[in-house]
Design a protein. Structure first.
Length: 670
């Protein structure tokens, strides 16, 4: 491998600040003003973060850090981790004066109860006391191996004969244009060789002076090869900390990565740092529920229960223990059964004596005991169980939303068997099932939806069990016929233009007295000659949509309405940072670097329009300082001759594309 860095297959240029970063002492503060709705309530967790704050996730250390939430400085914040919608971790803290805070790191706070094992795909959110919420999804990119490799020796001192090969993988969530690999070792900065940097990374903005680096990321795998000019340099790299970095978006006009995941190779996952809760592997199950106990003949009892659950990533349940406390002798009589058991029999008890009964779930740890009450032992075993009795006390009431009713009941007599659940049905006049709901064994109510106001239904509640089902007598109910009211207007929190697209995010509308059935997103051209795209419709839980087929450089007026059986809501309201008018354009990224030691400067970046697209760069005085053609992979570079710094002026550069995109950046100085 030589000093020349081969061009990798990716189209985006990684910001120069990344290549010199390393172990963080503080996150990059993002100054893109106004992207977060300070003072807004219940803002939906974004993916990526909305800014100006950022979220960094360290899955191998189960650590989360935030920075840049200056509008929430001094406020209490709640951090949550969810997997598949299930809450697996919670932490709390007070944000410092700069909008910075850390979880599971010295100087920060611990996770509550259990330190979650954060993995790719987990959603991390932070909610402040003013109601502002933000979030990011953990990236899946991770390093799987770091190995040395030696090339054949040559006499050429410019040959990098000592290699470190870093391999890893990533999922569909990772955009390879937002993927990087770095090795961090502060000792490399003081090395007697030519490395001179504490962090060496791929891709590199320019050919490194003390090492070489080549890499490729495709088909879910990446390989990065570092070359060094001495075995000692290679040893320093091998002693460093390799990290795969992936991020969800780049902040507009700011060299920062929103929603950054740093997967650190070889870092030991959980439990929490000194004194913090252990990881899920040491967590016990929840207690069993719905424990029922009855005599089973001479000196015996039987018990049944509903299975326990375990926290996310905890060890699976290995069994249950049925325990009878002998209060006379001050000891316990118990029996253990398997992981799938939901009943057990216990013998060897004293007839005529009363025993408190408990059941615990086991997974290497024991759950809290679930009480089955007390029972007097002795007498004949009960007869073979039959179906439970019918539910009693059935009542039906109109719910707040039109077309819905709430059904309540009292549990039936067990009749020697355990009720496993309830089925609730609304029967139309012709006997067909118009609506149905279910309830768990301990339930006593359920909601039926989708009914017609003014119609009469027969409501039937059925208790189910392993030995049979028993239905209560039908209860007739006629729904009221209120005047239907449409939902409130949704509230738009962000509008993001793209290349012929516009992505809109909103907060849910409040239903009137009939449910929200969906949302309709439209874009109306400001100038009638421009054709309007088709509307985008979502389901009732939708909070975002992307309009496609827009014309670049043409203005459109955005609208979102909630739909319902009562009609559409009013047009959406827009937050202070969400513009109602959007102009799609070519989306550009750019970095500018001014090297005073070499007397040269360089511009590079990417564009989304790759056909017949020309990039033009102007300095702060409006003077054109260079042009470039966008390549097939979207990349472009402008690099004037050496020893010419006049063109870049004070460092402010505006880059525009012939496809309509524009971005203004500030050059970094080396």
């Amino acid at each position: 491998m030589t000093r020349t860095t081969e061009k990798n297959a990716r189209s985006a240029t990684v910001p120069a600040w990344l290549m010199g970063r390393g172990r963080r002492t503080g996150l990059v503060g993002i100054s893109a003003a106004g992207l977060i709705l300070a003072g807004a309530t219940a803002v939906m967790a974004a993916n990526p973060p909305a800014g100006p704050g950022n979220i960094e996730i360290f899955p191998d250390r189960d650590m989360v850090a935030i920075d840049g939430y200056s509008a929430q400085a001094g406020q209490s914040a709640v951090f949550e981790v969810r997997r598949g919608g299930n809450l697996i971790g919670v932490a709390r803290g007070v944000v410092d004066g700069t909008g910075f805070y850390e979880i599971n790191h010295p100087g920060g706070s611990c996770w509550d109860v259990v330190t979650p094992d954060i993995r790719g795909g987990d959603l991390v959110t932070v909610t402040f006391e003013d109601g502002v919420s933000d979030g990011a999804t953990t990236g899946s990119a991770a390093i799987t191996s770091v190995e040395p490799n030696d090339l054949p020796a040559t006499a050429d001192p410019n040959d990098a004969e000592w290699q470190v090969v870093v391999k890893g993988g990533y999922g569909a969530d990772v955009d390879t244009a937002r993927l990087a690999v770095e090795i961090v070792n502060p000792a490399m900065r003081e090395a007697p060789s030519r490395i001179g940097e504490r962090a060496i990374g791929w891709p590199a903005d320019d050919a490194p002076t003390g090492y070489t680096v080549d890499g490729v990321a495709e088909n879910g795998e990446f390989t990065v090869t570092y070359g060094f000019y001495s075995a000692a340099d290679r040893a320093l790299a091998l002693a460093g900390a390799p990290t795969a970095l992936s991020w969800l978006a780049d902040a507009t006009g700011v060299e920062a990565q929103l929603g950054l995941t740093l997967a650190e190779f070889g870092e030991i996952s959980g439990p929490g740092f000194g004194g913090c809760p252990a990881g899920p592997a040491t967590q016990g199950p929840s207690a069993p529920t719905d424990v029922h106990v009855q005599p089973a003949g001479d000196g015996s009892i039987t018990a049944s229960w509903t299975a326990a659950t375990v926290p996310a990533d905890a060890n699976p349940i290995t069994g249950y223990e049925l325990i009878a406390e002998d209060t006379v002798l001050g000891q316990e009589v118990s029996i253990k059964v398997g992981a799938n058991a939901t009943s057990a029999s216990l013998r060897g008890l004293v007839n005529g004596q009363t025993y408190p009964i408990t059941v615990v779930a086991l997974n290497g740890q024991a759950s809290a005991p679930a009480s089955g009450g007390t029972i007097e032992v002795g007498g004949e075993a009960p007869a073979e169980p039959g179906a439970p009795g019918a539910p009693t006390g059935v009542t039906v009431e109109d719910a707040a939303l039109a077309g819905q009713v709430r059904v309540s009941w009292t549990a039936p007599a067990a009749n020697g068997t355990r009720v496993t659940g309830y089925t609730v049905q609304a029967l139309a006049e012709d006997g067909t099932v118009a609506a149905e709901a279910t309830a768990a064994a301990g339930g006593s109510s359920a909601n039926l939806t989708g009914l017609t106001p003014g119609s009469t239904y027969s409501v039937v509640v059925t208790a189910t069990s392993a030995t049979g089902n028993t239905a209560a007598e039908p209860t007739s109910h006629t729904l009221a016929s209120p005047d239907l009211t449409a939902p409130s207007a949704p509230h738009v929190v962000r509008v993001q233009p793209g290349n012929g697209t516009a992505t809109v995010e909103w907060q849910a509308a409040t239903a009137g007295n009939t449910p929200v059935t969906g949302y309709k997103l439209t874009a109306t051209p400001v100038y009638p000659a421009v054709p309007a795209p088709a509307a985008v419709e979502t389901g009732p839980t939708g909070t975002s949509g992307t309009l496609t087929g827009l014309s670049n450089s043409k203005a459109y007026t955005i609208d979102v309405v909630a739909t319902s059986a009562a009609g559409d809501s009013p047009s959406a309201t827009f937050g202070p940072t969400a513009s109602k008018t959007v102009t799609p354009a070519d989306q550009l990224t750019a970095t500018a670097e001014l090297r005073t030691d070499r007397g040269e400067w360089r511009l590079a970046g990417s564009a989304t329009v790759t056909t017949n697209n020309t990039i033009t760069a102007k300095n702060s005085a409006g003077v054109t300082i260079g042009t470039a053609q966008v390549q097939a992979d979207g990349s472009w570079t402008i690099r004037p001759a050496r020893n010419s710094t006049a063109g870049i002026g004070n460092g402010k550069v505006t880059v525009t594309s012939s496809a309509g995109g524009s971005i203004t950046i500030t050059a970094t100085t080396k």
